[in-house]
Design a protein around this ligand. Structure first.
Ligand code: SIN
Length: 482
């Protein structure tokens, strides 16, 4: 077992616990397909014990002042930063992410803890002008209570901290189920929460190879007041249905199908840099990755040539190896999906500009790919690729490309490049997306609201708005004051 991996049991009520059944499951390095650790394989009863712990811890956590919660979160933030070497190595081993991206994610994850530690001190209320002289009317904001989170493998730390940090800052406690593929980063984060003296039961982590049973507990236990999920739209819809019986609050950060539009008047260098950042980050495995490129005819050849030059120079390999910028896909199902989408596009007339095949390294490695001549009958236009494949179509007309860009049930992120200020406003307003990158391919930060519309979900994470997801408004009406 690599030296950085020390935490393999669930973290419940401040203690490390085997699963009740004693079962464990394998965590695999996707670059080698070798087992790197075995972790507790929890079931519904283990999950319920974690909810017990979070429920027990709630009152005393709620009763801490916001300044006390701020102080504990800042300590957690500092420990995450100080543990960057350990966390980045664990992340690369379990997710395949190149080490430089893992370090960037550790910082990104820490930034959510820092941001919400600060926001803890700004949970203000309101005084409403009273309707009669003997009354005072106020609004107070209070934490919702016990929260549950289910997080994905593509950002094994940051997707946790952007849920846990606002929850804890708001005075809520949390039970978390990390993705089955990447439990080790979550457990290391739990260790650091304990080291930061975050009290027992405030942050609990339950690991499981089959999340369905734990997901049922998290969405059906009436003591849980809020469920936050990041993952596929299909699973999100199921969790939404399961949450209906207890009328839980939910945040859903689901799939995307991001258009990336390059107009004739774009700065090509900027557009290519944005395309590389948006498309190939985490080997194309983010919800906000560009999924469909639309390039206007006057600039098409130059854009495709410049993008090809950049993509051809990408080093593919194990994330711990020097200079690697593209890792493997996370598992065989993902690999098959990417290979199948490319195959379908080729059969329907796509031009292979770069790559287009499994990588010679074998296993779960796929070549960084560019496909041209993409048309709307190809599956790749309608499905989230989640792999290093840029699918490019040519377009002529602004109104037509906006219609195409919006023609999807998803509405997470969109990008476009243009130097025409009137067009910038027109297109920004016409795109039916929760987030729009304008001459910019990297939009995520703890300070801005992350989230989508349509079937990409509901709720926002990060920023001042991210705190609202974990707070209830309480209206206080005081009478008889004459
Ligand atoms: C995601 O893929 O779900 C998150 C990506 C990000 O935070 O930039």
């Amino acid at each position: 077992m690599p030296i950085s991996i020390q935490f393999t049991q669930s973290y419940v009520g401040g203690s490390w616990k085997d699963s009740r059944s004693g079962k464990t499951y394998e965590v695999v390095d996707p670059s080698t397909s070798k087992c790197i650790a075995r972790v507790s394989d929890c079931d519904a009863q283990d999950a319920t014990q974690a909810v017990d712990a979070a429920h027990q811890a709630l009152k005393s956590w709620q009763s801490k002042t916001s300044v006390e919660r701020h102080g504990l979160l800042i300590k957690w933030f500092q420990l995450v930063q100080q543990s960057a070497d350990m966390l980045a190595e664990i992340m690369t081993l379990e997710s395949g992410k190149p080490l430089s991206e893992s370090y960037a994610e550790v910082n990104y994850a820490a930034s959510y803890i820092e941001w919400f530690a600060e926001e803890a001190k700004r949970v203000y209320g309101d005084v409403i002008p009273a309707v009669s002289p003997d009354k005072k009317m106020l609004v107070q904001r209070q934490g919702v209570g016990v929260c549950a989170a289910i997080t994905p493998w593509n950002f094994p730390l940051a997707m946790i901290t952007r849920k846990a940090a606002p929850a804890l800052a708001a005075g809520c406690t949390m039970v978390l189920k990390p993705a089955e593929a990447t439990p080790l980063s979550a457990l290391a984060l739990a260790y650091l929460a304990g080291k930061a003296s975050i009290p027992a039961g405030v942050f609990n982590v339950v690991t499981a190879s089959h999340g369905v049973d734990v997901g049922k507990v998290f969405s059906q236990d009436a003591r849980i007041k809020k469920l936050s999920f990041t993952g596929s739209t299909a699973v999100g819809k199921l969790l939404l249905k399961q949450c209906a019986d207890t009328v839980k609050r939910v945040s859903m950060e689901l799939g995307g199908n991001a258009p990336f539009i390059v107009f004739n008047d774009a700065d090509i260098e900027q557009a290519v840099a944005g395309a590389i950042a948006s498309k190939y980050r985490n080997t194309g495995q983010t919800c906000v990755c560009a999924n469909r490129f639309y390039v206007q005819s006057g600039i098409y050849d130059r854009f495709v040539k410049a993008l090809s030059d950049a993509v051809k120079s990408m080093k593919v390999g194990h994330g711990l190896d020097e200079g690697v910028v593209q890792g493997p896909l996370i598992n065989q199902a993902s690999f098959n999906k990417v290979a199948g989408l490319v195959q379908d596009a080729k059969q329907k007339g796509a031009e292979v500009v770069v790559g287009g095949e499994p990588h010679s390294l074998g296993g779960l490695f796929y070549q960084p790919t560019i496909l041209g001549n993409i048309s709307s009958d190809m599956d790749i236009v309608h499905q989230e690729i989640f792999g290093p494949v840029a699918a490019i179509s040519v377009f002529e007309d602004e109104a037509d490309v906006i219609e195409k860009a919006n023609n999807t049930p998803y509405g997470l992120a969109a990008y476009f490049y243009s130097k025409d200020i009137a067009r910038v406003w027109r297109v920004s307003e016409a795109l039916e997306y929760g987030m729009v990158g304008i001459n910019e391919g990297v939009i995520s930060t703890a300070m801005a609201p992350f989230g989508g519309v349509k079937e990409s979900g509901m709720g926002r994470e990060g920023s001042q708005y991210g705190m609202d997801e974990y707070l209830e408004l309480k209206y206080l009406c005081m009478g008889g004051l004459n």
